[in-house]
Ligand binder design. Structure first.
Ligand code: MV4
Length: 499
Protein backbone atom coordinates (compact mmCIF):
# COMPACT_ATOMS: atom_id res chain seq x y z
CA UNK A 1 0.00 0.00 0.00
CA UNK A 2 1.05 3.61 -0.58
CA UNK A 3 2.68 5.45 2.29
CA UNK A 4 1.94 8.95 0.99
CA UNK A 5 -0.64 10.32 -1.47
CA UNK A 6 -0.96 13.82 -2.95
CA UNK A 7 -4.44 15.26 -3.48
CA UNK A 8 -4.52 17.37 -6.67
CA UNK A 9 -7.65 19.25 -5.65
CA UNK A 10 -9.19 21.65 -3.14
CA UNK A 11 -12.43 22.20 -1.22
CA UNK A 12 -14.67 19.55 0.22
CA UNK A 13 -13.40 16.73 -2.00
CA UNK A 14 -9.79 17.26 -0.93
CA UNK A 15 -10.97 17.10 2.69
CA UNK A 16 -13.02 13.98 1.91
CA UNK A 17 -10.02 12.17 0.41
CA UNK A 18 -7.70 13.21 3.26
CA UNK A 19 -10.14 11.68 5.76
CA UNK A 20 -10.03 8.24 4.16
CA UNK A 21 -6.26 8.40 3.69
CA UNK A 22 -5.93 9.04 7.42
CA UNK A 23 -8.15 6.06 8.22
CA UNK A 24 -5.92 3.94 5.96
CA UNK A 25 -2.74 5.14 7.69
CA UNK A 26 -1.57 6.92 4.53
CA UNK A 27 0.06 10.35 4.82
CA UNK A 28 -1.54 13.15 2.77
CA UNK A 29 -0.04 16.01 0.79
CA UNK A 30 -2.28 18.99 -0.05
CA UNK A 31 -1.63 21.47 -2.84
CA UNK A 32 -3.01 24.99 -2.71
CA UNK A 33 -3.22 28.27 -4.59
CA UNK A 34 -2.95 31.80 -3.22
CA UNK A 35 -6.71 31.94 -2.61
CA UNK A 36 -6.57 28.71 -0.57
CA UNK A 37 -3.75 29.55 1.88
CA UNK A 38 -6.18 29.36 4.80
CA UNK A 39 -8.43 26.61 3.43
CA UNK A 40 -9.39 23.55 5.41
CA UNK A 41 -7.74 20.96 3.15
CA UNK A 42 -4.39 22.65 3.77
CA UNK A 43 -4.92 22.58 7.54
CA UNK A 44 -6.02 18.95 7.54
CA UNK A 45 -3.31 17.43 5.34
CA UNK A 46 -0.07 16.15 6.85
CA UNK A 47 1.95 18.25 4.40
CA UNK A 48 1.11 21.01 1.93
CA UNK A 49 2.70 22.66 -1.08
CA UNK A 50 1.85 25.99 -2.69
CA UNK A 51 1.40 25.51 -6.46
CA UNK A 52 0.63 28.99 -7.75
CA UNK A 53 -1.75 31.94 -7.94
CA UNK A 54 -5.52 31.74 -7.58
CA UNK A 55 -6.25 31.28 -11.28
CA UNK A 56 -6.75 27.50 -11.75
CA UNK A 57 -4.78 27.44 -15.00
CA UNK A 58 -1.79 28.70 -13.01
CA UNK A 59 -2.20 26.32 -10.06
CA UNK A 60 -4.62 23.36 -9.84
CA UNK A 61 -4.43 22.76 -13.60
CA UNK A 62 -0.63 22.98 -13.82
CA UNK A 63 0.46 19.38 -14.42
CA UNK A 64 4.15 20.29 -14.06
CA UNK A 65 3.68 21.97 -10.67
CA UNK A 66 1.50 19.19 -9.31
CA UNK A 67 4.03 16.54 -10.34
CA UNK A 68 6.91 18.59 -8.88
CA UNK A 69 5.03 18.85 -5.58
CA UNK A 70 4.44 15.08 -5.54
CA UNK A 71 8.13 14.37 -6.17
CA UNK A 72 9.32 16.94 -3.64
CA UNK A 73 7.14 15.44 -0.90
CA UNK A 74 7.80 11.83 -1.83
CA UNK A 75 4.18 10.97 -2.69
CA UNK A 76 3.71 7.68 -4.57
CA UNK A 77 0.24 8.33 -5.92
CA UNK A 78 -2.08 11.22 -6.82
CA UNK A 79 -5.81 11.43 -6.14
CA UNK A 80 -7.34 13.92 -8.61
CA UNK A 81 -10.76 14.35 -6.92
CA UNK A 82 -13.38 15.65 -9.36
CA UNK A 83 -13.04 18.56 -11.78
CA UNK A 84 -9.62 20.12 -12.42
CA UNK A 85 -7.30 17.40 -13.81
CA UNK A 86 -9.48 14.42 -12.88
CA UNK A 87 -10.59 13.64 -16.45
CA UNK A 88 -7.47 14.84 -18.19
CA UNK A 89 -5.92 11.87 -20.03
CA UNK A 90 -2.64 13.74 -20.48
CA UNK A 91 -2.38 14.16 -16.71
CA UNK A 92 -3.04 10.46 -16.09
CA UNK A 93 -0.32 9.63 -18.63
CA UNK A 94 2.08 12.22 -17.18
CA UNK A 95 1.70 10.69 -13.71
CA UNK A 96 2.67 7.31 -15.05
CA UNK A 97 5.64 8.76 -16.97
CA UNK A 98 6.79 10.39 -13.72
CA UNK A 99 6.58 7.06 -11.89
CA UNK A 100 3.48 8.10 -9.93
CA UNK A 101 0.21 6.20 -9.68
CA UNK A 102 -2.87 8.09 -10.93
CA UNK A 103 -5.74 7.04 -8.66
CA UNK A 104 -8.28 6.50 -11.43
CA UNK A 105 -8.68 4.71 -14.75
CA UNK A 106 -6.07 4.44 -17.51
CA UNK A 107 -5.34 7.42 -19.76
CA UNK A 108 -6.80 5.34 -22.62
CA UNK A 109 -10.16 4.83 -20.91
CA UNK A 110 -10.36 8.55 -20.09
CA UNK A 111 -9.63 9.45 -23.71
CA UNK A 112 -12.16 6.97 -25.04
CA UNK A 113 -14.99 8.26 -22.84
CA UNK A 114 -13.96 11.91 -23.34
CA UNK A 115 -15.21 11.80 -26.92
CA UNK A 116 -18.98 11.52 -26.62
CA UNK A 117 -19.28 9.86 -30.04
CA UNK A 118 -16.51 7.34 -29.26
CA UNK A 119 -18.33 6.61 -25.98
CA UNK A 120 -21.57 6.07 -27.93
CA UNK A 121 -19.80 3.66 -30.28
CA UNK A 122 -18.34 1.81 -27.31
CA UNK A 123 -21.79 1.55 -25.69
CA UNK A 124 -23.37 0.32 -28.93
CA UNK A 125 -20.65 -2.31 -29.41
CA UNK A 126 -21.29 -3.45 -25.84
CA UNK A 127 -25.01 -3.79 -26.52
CA UNK A 128 -26.07 -0.90 -24.25
CA UNK A 129 -29.09 1.04 -25.55
CA UNK A 130 -28.38 4.56 -26.86
CA UNK A 131 -30.71 7.31 -28.07
CA UNK A 132 -31.06 7.22 -31.88
CA UNK A 133 -28.30 9.47 -33.16
CA UNK A 134 -25.15 9.79 -35.23
CA UNK A 135 -21.97 8.08 -34.10
CA UNK A 136 -19.64 10.75 -35.44
CA UNK A 137 -19.50 14.49 -35.97
CA UNK A 138 -21.80 15.69 -38.76
CA UNK A 139 -21.98 18.43 -41.39
CA UNK A 140 -25.01 20.69 -41.53
CA UNK A 141 -26.38 18.64 -44.44
CA UNK A 142 -26.02 15.41 -42.48
CA UNK A 143 -27.79 16.99 -39.50
CA UNK A 144 -30.64 18.06 -41.79
CA UNK A 145 -30.84 14.57 -43.23
CA UNK A 146 -31.00 13.15 -39.69
CA UNK A 147 -33.91 15.48 -38.84
CA UNK A 148 -35.76 14.44 -41.99
CA UNK A 149 -35.41 10.71 -41.40
CA UNK A 150 -35.78 10.69 -37.59
CA UNK A 151 -38.16 13.62 -37.13
CA UNK A 152 -38.02 16.56 -34.75
CA UNK A 153 -37.30 17.55 -32.03
CA UNK A 154 -33.59 16.77 -32.17
CA UNK A 155 -30.65 17.75 -30.00
CA UNK A 156 -27.33 19.01 -31.32
CA UNK A 157 -24.43 18.04 -29.05
CA UNK A 158 -20.70 18.71 -28.93
CA UNK A 159 -18.52 15.68 -29.70
CA UNK A 160 -16.04 16.88 -27.06
CA UNK A 161 -18.95 17.98 -24.87
CA UNK A 162 -20.37 17.51 -21.43
CA UNK A 163 -22.18 19.84 -19.11
CA UNK A 164 -24.66 20.95 -21.75
CA UNK A 165 -22.18 23.25 -23.53
CA UNK A 166 -22.64 23.37 -27.28
CA UNK A 167 -26.02 21.69 -26.87
CA UNK A 168 -29.06 23.01 -28.79
CA UNK A 169 -32.62 21.75 -28.94
CA UNK A 170 -34.06 22.08 -32.45
CA UNK A 171 -37.82 21.75 -32.95
CA UNK A 172 -38.07 22.28 -36.72
CA UNK A 173 -35.85 22.36 -39.77
CA UNK A 174 -36.18 26.14 -40.15
CA UNK A 175 -34.30 26.55 -36.83
CA UNK A 176 -31.56 24.10 -37.68
CA UNK A 177 -29.13 26.31 -39.54
CA UNK A 178 -28.65 28.97 -36.87
CA UNK A 179 -28.74 26.38 -34.07
CA UNK A 180 -26.05 24.36 -35.82
CA UNK A 181 -23.85 27.43 -36.28
CA UNK A 182 -24.30 28.51 -32.64
CA UNK A 183 -23.68 25.03 -31.25
CA UNK A 184 -20.50 24.59 -33.32
CA UNK A 185 -19.18 27.99 -32.34
CA UNK A 186 -19.90 27.41 -28.63
CA UNK A 187 -18.30 23.96 -28.80
CA UNK A 188 -15.25 25.45 -30.52
CA UNK A 189 -14.90 28.09 -27.82
CA UNK A 190 -15.49 25.69 -24.92
CA UNK A 191 -13.62 22.59 -26.07
CA UNK A 192 -11.43 23.84 -28.94
CA UNK A 193 -13.36 21.31 -31.01
CA UNK A 194 -16.42 22.53 -32.96
CA UNK A 195 -17.61 19.06 -34.00
CA UNK A 196 -21.33 18.46 -33.50
CA UNK A 197 -23.34 15.25 -33.52
CA UNK A 198 -27.10 14.76 -33.40
CA UNK A 199 -29.54 12.78 -31.27
CA UNK A 200 -33.28 12.45 -31.07
CA UNK A 201 -34.47 14.56 -28.14
CA UNK A 202 -35.84 12.67 -25.15
CA UNK A 203 -38.61 14.77 -23.54
CA UNK A 204 -38.71 15.26 -19.75
CA UNK A 205 -36.13 12.57 -19.06
CA UNK A 206 -34.87 11.41 -15.72
CA UNK A 207 -31.14 11.39 -15.18
CA UNK A 208 -30.18 8.16 -13.46
CA UNK A 209 -26.57 7.06 -13.20
CA UNK A 210 -24.91 3.79 -12.24
CA UNK A 211 -21.85 3.70 -9.97
CA UNK A 212 -19.20 1.22 -11.07
CA UNK A 213 -16.04 0.01 -9.45
CA UNK A 214 -13.59 -2.34 -11.11
CA UNK A 215 -10.11 -3.59 -10.32
CA UNK A 216 -7.11 -4.09 -12.61
CA UNK A 217 -7.66 -7.86 -12.63
CA UNK A 218 -10.84 -7.83 -14.71
CA UNK A 219 -13.45 -7.73 -11.94
CA UNK A 220 -16.15 -5.09 -12.08
CA UNK A 221 -19.34 -4.60 -10.09
CA UNK A 222 -22.07 -1.96 -10.05
CA UNK A 223 -23.10 -0.27 -6.82
CA UNK A 224 -26.56 0.64 -8.00
CA UNK A 225 -28.02 3.92 -9.15
CA UNK A 226 -28.24 7.54 -8.13
CA UNK A 227 -31.20 9.66 -9.09
CA UNK A 228 -29.81 13.04 -10.20
CA UNK A 229 -32.77 14.58 -11.99
CA UNK A 230 -32.91 17.69 -9.78
CA UNK A 231 -30.57 19.99 -11.67
CA UNK A 232 -30.44 23.54 -12.82
CA UNK A 233 -28.44 24.63 -15.80
CA UNK A 234 -26.84 21.19 -16.05
CA UNK A 235 -25.64 21.33 -12.50
CA UNK A 236 -26.94 18.75 -10.05
CA UNK A 237 -28.13 20.15 -6.74
CA UNK A 238 -29.79 17.19 -5.05
CA UNK A 239 -29.18 13.48 -5.49
CA UNK A 240 -30.57 10.33 -3.96
CA UNK A 241 -30.14 6.59 -3.72
CA UNK A 242 -32.19 4.59 -4.48
CA UNK A 243 -34.03 6.27 -7.34
CA UNK A 244 -37.77 6.51 -6.54
CA UNK A 245 -38.38 5.08 -10.03
CA UNK A 246 -36.20 2.06 -9.40
CA UNK A 247 -37.89 1.42 -6.06
CA UNK A 248 -41.04 0.87 -8.12
CA UNK A 249 -39.23 -1.13 -10.82
CA UNK A 250 -36.38 -2.93 -9.06
CA UNK A 251 -35.47 -5.04 -12.10
CA UNK A 252 -34.20 -1.85 -13.77
CA UNK A 253 -31.23 -1.67 -11.37
CA UNK A 254 -29.81 -4.97 -12.47
CA UNK A 255 -30.49 -4.32 -16.16
CA UNK A 256 -28.93 -0.86 -16.12
CA UNK A 257 -26.11 -2.07 -13.90
CA UNK A 258 -25.24 -4.84 -16.33
CA UNK A 259 -25.46 -2.49 -19.33
CA UNK A 260 -23.12 -0.06 -17.54
CA UNK A 261 -20.61 -2.81 -16.74
CA UNK A 262 -20.63 -3.97 -20.37
CA UNK A 263 -20.02 -0.44 -21.70
CA UNK A 264 -17.22 0.29 -19.23
CA UNK A 265 -15.59 -3.10 -19.71
CA UNK A 266 -15.50 -2.48 -23.46
CA UNK A 267 -13.32 0.55 -22.68
CA UNK A 268 -10.97 -1.53 -20.51
CA UNK A 269 -12.19 0.45 -17.52
CA UNK A 270 -10.93 0.12 -13.96
CA UNK A 271 -11.23 2.13 -10.70
CA UNK A 272 -14.43 4.05 -9.84
CA UNK A 273 -16.58 5.40 -12.66
CA UNK A 274 -20.16 6.36 -13.42
CA UNK A 275 -22.35 5.63 -16.42
CA UNK A 276 -25.11 8.20 -16.98
CA UNK A 277 -28.44 7.19 -18.44
CA UNK A 278 -31.46 9.11 -19.63
CA UNK A 279 -34.73 7.40 -18.74
CA UNK A 280 -37.80 8.41 -20.74
CA UNK A 281 -41.46 8.58 -19.71
CA UNK A 282 -41.91 4.94 -20.82
CA UNK A 283 -39.01 3.88 -18.56
CA UNK A 284 -36.73 3.11 -21.51
CA UNK A 285 -33.14 3.87 -20.59
CA UNK A 286 -30.34 5.11 -22.83
CA UNK A 287 -26.60 5.32 -22.30
CA UNK A 288 -25.68 9.03 -22.21
CA UNK A 289 -22.02 9.29 -21.24
CA UNK A 290 -19.48 7.95 -18.78
CA UNK A 291 -17.76 10.00 -16.11
CA UNK A 292 -14.27 8.65 -15.50
CA UNK A 293 -13.86 10.04 -11.97
CA UNK A 294 -15.24 9.96 -8.46
CA UNK A 295 -18.42 12.05 -8.49
CA UNK A 296 -19.60 14.83 -6.23
CA UNK A 297 -22.67 12.80 -5.24
CA UNK A 298 -20.83 9.57 -4.31
CA UNK A 299 -21.81 9.84 -0.59
CA UNK A 300 -25.40 8.71 -1.18
CA UNK A 301 -24.07 5.46 -2.66
CA UNK A 302 -21.70 5.08 0.30
CA UNK A 303 -24.53 5.59 2.80
CA UNK A 304 -26.77 2.97 1.21
CA UNK A 305 -24.10 0.35 0.39
CA UNK A 306 -21.88 0.89 3.46
CA UNK A 307 -18.79 1.11 1.24
CA UNK A 308 -16.02 3.73 1.17
CA UNK A 309 -15.49 4.56 -2.52
CA UNK A 310 -12.28 6.48 -1.90
CA UNK A 311 -10.79 3.52 -0.01
CA UNK A 312 -11.75 1.24 -2.89
CA UNK A 313 -10.17 3.67 -5.36
CA UNK A 314 -6.90 3.69 -3.44
CA UNK A 315 -6.81 -0.09 -3.00
CA UNK A 316 -7.53 -0.67 -6.68
CA UNK A 317 -4.89 1.87 -7.76
CA UNK A 318 -2.38 0.03 -5.58
CA UNK A 319 -3.13 -3.15 -7.55
CA UNK A 320 -5.51 -4.71 -5.06
CA UNK A 321 -8.44 -6.95 -5.92
CA UNK A 322 -12.06 -5.93 -5.36
CA UNK A 323 -12.75 -7.33 -1.89
CA UNK A 324 -16.31 -8.40 -2.74
CA UNK A 325 -18.43 -9.76 -5.61
CA UNK A 326 -21.65 -8.44 -7.16
CA UNK A 327 -23.82 -10.70 -5.01
CA UNK A 328 -22.23 -9.23 -1.86
CA UNK A 329 -23.44 -5.71 -2.67
CA UNK A 330 -26.56 -4.80 -0.72
CA UNK A 331 -28.61 -1.61 -0.68
CA UNK A 332 -30.14 -0.63 2.61
CA UNK A 333 -32.42 2.32 3.33
CA UNK A 334 -32.52 5.63 1.54
CA UNK A 335 -30.08 8.54 1.26
CA UNK A 336 -30.49 12.12 0.02
CA UNK A 337 -27.77 14.70 -0.57
CA UNK A 338 -28.12 18.48 -0.86
CA UNK A 339 -25.29 20.56 -2.29
CA UNK A 340 -24.99 23.59 -0.04
CA UNK A 341 -23.81 26.55 -2.11
CA UNK A 342 -22.93 30.14 -1.30
CA UNK A 343 -25.48 31.53 -3.72
CA UNK A 344 -28.83 33.26 -3.90
CA UNK A 345 -31.42 30.83 -5.31
CA UNK A 346 -34.00 33.62 -5.53
CA UNK A 347 -31.77 35.79 -7.69
CA UNK A 348 -30.94 33.40 -10.50
CA UNK A 349 -28.58 31.37 -8.28
CA UNK A 350 -26.00 34.15 -8.32
CA UNK A 351 -22.84 33.13 -6.48
CA UNK A 352 -22.49 34.77 -3.08
CA UNK A 353 -18.96 34.26 -1.80
CA UNK A 354 -17.80 36.09 1.32
CA UNK A 355 -16.82 35.75 4.96
CA UNK A 356 -18.64 33.28 7.18
CA UNK A 357 -19.55 35.12 10.34
CA UNK A 358 -21.59 32.35 11.98
CA UNK A 359 -21.70 28.59 11.54
CA UNK A 360 -23.78 25.92 13.27
CA UNK A 361 -23.69 22.49 11.68
CA UNK A 362 -26.44 19.87 11.69
CA UNK A 363 -25.65 16.86 13.87
CA UNK A 364 -27.36 13.79 15.22
CA UNK A 365 -28.80 10.54 13.86
CA UNK A 366 -28.27 9.75 10.20
CA UNK A 367 -26.37 12.92 9.22
CA UNK A 368 -23.24 13.10 7.09
CA UNK A 369 -21.61 16.44 6.30
CA UNK A 370 -18.75 16.72 3.79
CA UNK A 371 -17.63 20.31 3.98
CA UNK A 372 -14.67 22.61 3.75
CA UNK A 373 -15.76 25.64 5.75
CA UNK A 374 -15.11 26.95 9.23
CA UNK A 375 -16.27 29.99 11.17
CA UNK A 376 -14.36 33.05 10.01
CA UNK A 377 -13.27 31.55 6.68
CA UNK A 378 -13.84 33.61 3.56
CA UNK A 379 -15.40 31.66 0.68
CA UNK A 380 -13.08 32.51 -2.21
CA UNK A 381 -14.71 34.00 -5.30
CA UNK A 382 -12.24 32.26 -7.57
CA UNK A 383 -13.80 28.81 -7.36
CA UNK A 384 -17.07 26.94 -7.34
CA UNK A 385 -18.85 28.14 -4.16
CA UNK A 386 -19.79 24.65 -2.91
CA UNK A 387 -19.61 24.91 0.89
CA UNK A 388 -20.62 21.41 1.84
CA UNK A 389 -22.64 18.39 0.90
CA UNK A 390 -25.27 17.53 3.46
CA UNK A 391 -26.34 13.90 3.19
CA UNK A 392 -28.80 11.98 5.32
CA UNK A 393 -29.62 8.32 5.65
CA UNK A 394 -32.88 6.80 6.91
CA UNK A 395 -34.79 3.56 6.49
CA UNK A 396 -37.20 5.00 3.91
CA UNK A 397 -37.31 7.93 1.47
CA UNK A 398 -40.09 9.59 3.47
CA UNK A 399 -38.01 9.40 6.67
CA UNK A 400 -34.90 10.62 4.85
CA UNK A 401 -36.93 13.60 3.59
CA UNK A 402 -38.04 14.52 7.14
CA UNK A 403 -34.51 14.02 8.41
CA UNK A 404 -33.10 16.33 5.75
CA UNK A 405 -35.63 19.01 6.65
CA UNK A 406 -34.62 18.66 10.30
CA UNK A 407 -30.91 18.89 9.40
CA UNK A 408 -31.45 21.96 7.22
CA UNK A 409 -33.28 23.66 10.12
CA UNK A 410 -30.26 23.05 12.34
CA UNK A 411 -27.88 24.41 9.69
CA UNK A 412 -27.15 28.08 10.37
CA UNK A 413 -24.71 29.93 8.15
CA UNK A 414 -24.22 33.67 8.65
CA UNK A 415 -22.53 36.35 6.56
CA UNK A 416 -23.33 34.89 3.14
CA UNK A 417 -26.44 33.73 1.32
CA UNK A 418 -26.97 30.02 0.79
CA UNK A 419 -29.50 27.71 -0.84
CA UNK A 420 -30.40 26.03 2.49
CA UNK A 421 -33.91 27.54 2.59
CA UNK A 422 -34.50 26.63 -1.03
CA UNK A 423 -33.90 22.95 -0.28
CA UNK A 424 -36.46 23.05 2.50
CA UNK A 425 -39.06 24.25 -0.03
CA UNK A 426 -38.18 21.48 -2.47
CA UNK A 427 -38.40 18.86 0.26
CA UNK A 428 -41.92 20.07 1.13
CA UNK A 429 -42.99 19.96 -2.52
CA UNK A 430 -45.77 17.53 -3.41
CA UNK A 431 -44.14 16.41 -6.66
CA UNK A 432 -40.80 15.82 -4.93
CA UNK A 433 -42.48 13.75 -2.26
CA UNK A 434 -44.29 11.72 -4.90
CA UNK A 435 -40.92 11.01 -6.53
CA UNK A 436 -42.07 12.59 -9.80
CA UNK A 437 -38.66 13.78 -10.91
CA UNK A 438 -37.28 14.84 -14.28
CA UNK A 439 -34.58 17.21 -15.52
CA UNK A 440 -37.06 20.10 -15.83
CA UNK A 441 -38.08 19.72 -12.18
CA UNK A 442 -36.58 22.97 -10.84
CA UNK A 443 -38.00 25.13 -13.64
CA UNK A 444 -41.45 23.64 -13.04
CA UNK A 445 -41.00 23.98 -9.30
CA UNK A 446 -40.43 27.72 -9.67
CA UNK A 447 -43.50 27.97 -11.89
CA UNK A 448 -45.64 26.00 -9.44
CA UNK A 449 -44.55 28.07 -6.47
CA UNK A 450 -44.10 31.36 -8.24
CA UNK A 451 -41.11 31.35 -5.97
CA UNK A 452 -38.99 34.46 -6.53
CA UNK A 453 -40.58 37.03 -4.22
CA UNK A 454 -39.03 39.83 -6.22
CA UNK A 455 -38.36 39.43 -9.93
CA UNK A 456 -34.65 38.91 -10.61
CA UNK A 457 -32.73 42.14 -11.04
CA UNK A 458 -32.08 41.88 -14.78
CA UNK A 459 -29.36 44.54 -14.79
CA UNK A 460 -27.52 42.70 -12.03
CA UNK A 461 -27.90 39.39 -13.80
CA UNK A 462 -26.56 40.87 -17.03
CA UNK A 463 -23.60 42.49 -15.27
CA UNK A 464 -22.70 39.26 -13.53
CA UNK A 465 -23.19 37.22 -16.68
CA UNK A 466 -20.66 39.48 -18.39
CA UNK A 467 -18.25 39.17 -15.48
CA UNK A 468 -18.56 35.41 -15.38
CA UNK A 469 -18.51 35.08 -19.14
CA UNK A 470 -15.95 32.32 -19.50
CA UNK A 471 -16.58 30.77 -16.12
CA UNK A 472 -18.10 27.34 -16.16
CA UNK A 473 -19.93 25.65 -13.35
CA UNK A 474 -19.85 22.06 -14.33
CA UNK A 475 -19.54 19.23 -11.82
CA UNK A 476 -16.33 20.40 -10.62
CA UNK A 477 -14.71 23.60 -10.07
CA UNK A 478 -14.94 26.73 -12.07
CA UNK A 479 -12.74 26.83 -15.05
CA UNK A 480 -10.20 29.55 -15.17
CA UNK A 481 -11.36 32.82 -16.55
CA UNK A 482 -9.54 35.96 -17.65
CA UNK A 483 -8.31 38.20 -14.88
CA UNK A 484 -10.47 40.92 -16.44
CA UNK A 485 -13.57 39.01 -15.38
CA UNK A 486 -12.38 38.93 -11.77
CA UNK A 487 -11.79 42.64 -11.89
CA UNK A 488 -15.24 43.20 -13.36
CA UNK A 489 -16.70 41.29 -10.43
CA UNK A 490 -14.78 43.34 -7.90
CA UNK A 491 -15.47 46.64 -9.68
CA UNK A 492 -19.17 45.96 -9.88
CA UNK A 493 -19.19 45.64 -6.10
CA UNK A 494 -21.12 42.79 -4.63
CA UNK A 495 -23.46 44.92 -2.58
CA UNK A 496 -24.71 46.70 -5.68
CA UNK A 497 -24.75 43.57 -7.74
CA UNK A 498 -26.47 41.36 -5.22
CA UNK A 499 -29.07 43.08 -3.17
C1 MV4 B 1 -30.13 14.68 -23.79
C2 MV4 B 1 -31.38 15.10 -23.34
C3 MV4 B 1 -32.49 14.70 -24.05
N1 MV4 B 1 -32.35 13.94 -25.16
N2 MV4 B 1 -30.04 13.90 -24.89
C4 MV4 B 1 -27.56 17.36 -20.80
C5 MV4 B 1 -26.09 17.35 -20.56
C6 MV4 B 1 -25.50 16.37 -21.49
N3 MV4 B 1 -24.54 15.58 -20.81
C7 MV4 B 1 -26.66 15.56 -21.99
N4 MV4 B 1 -27.85 16.22 -21.61
C8 MV4 B 1 -29.04 15.85 -22.11
N5 MV4 B 1 -28.99 15.03 -23.18
C9 MV4 B 1 -31.13 13.56 -25.55
N6 MV4 B 1 -31.02 12.82 -26.67
C10 MV4 B 1 -31.46 15.90 -22.21
C11 MV4 B 1 -30.28 16.29 -21.60
C12 MV4 B 1 -30.46 17.13 -20.46
C13 MV4 B 1 -30.09 16.71 -19.20
C14 MV4 B 1 -29.49 15.50 -18.99
C15 MV4 B 1 -29.13 15.09 -17.74
C16 MV4 B 1 -29.39 15.92 -16.67
C17 MV4 B 1 -29.96 17.14 -16.84
C18 MV4 B 1 -30.32 17.57 -18.11
C19 MV4 B 1 -30.91 18.80 -18.27
C20 MV4 B 1 -31.25 19.21 -19.52
C21 MV4 B 1 -31.02 18.38 -20.62
Amino acid sequence: MFRKVLIANRGEIAVRVIRTLREMGIASVAVYSDADRTSLHVRMADEAEHVGPSLSTESYLRIDRILDAAKKHGAEAIHPGYGFLSENADFAAACQDAGLVFIGPSANSIRMMGSKTAARQTAIAAGAPVVPGTDHGVTFDEARQFGRTQGYPILLKAVAGGGGKGMRRVDRESELESAFRNAASEAGRSFRNPDIYVEKLVERPRHIEIQLVGDQHGHMVHLGERECSIQRRHQKVMEECPSPLIVLHPEMRQEMGEAAIRAASAAGYYNAGTVEFLVDQDRRYYFLEMNTRLQVEHPVTELVTGLDLVRLQVEIAAGGRLPFAQEDVAWRGSAIECRIYAEDPYNNFLPYPGKLTRLTRPLGPGIRLDGCVYDGWTVPMEYDPLLAKLAVWAATRAEATERMIRALREYDVGGIRTNIGFFRQILEDREFRAGHLHTGFIDEFFQRHNAPEAPPDLAAVAALAAALHSMSRTETAWEARPAAASRAWLDAGRSELLR
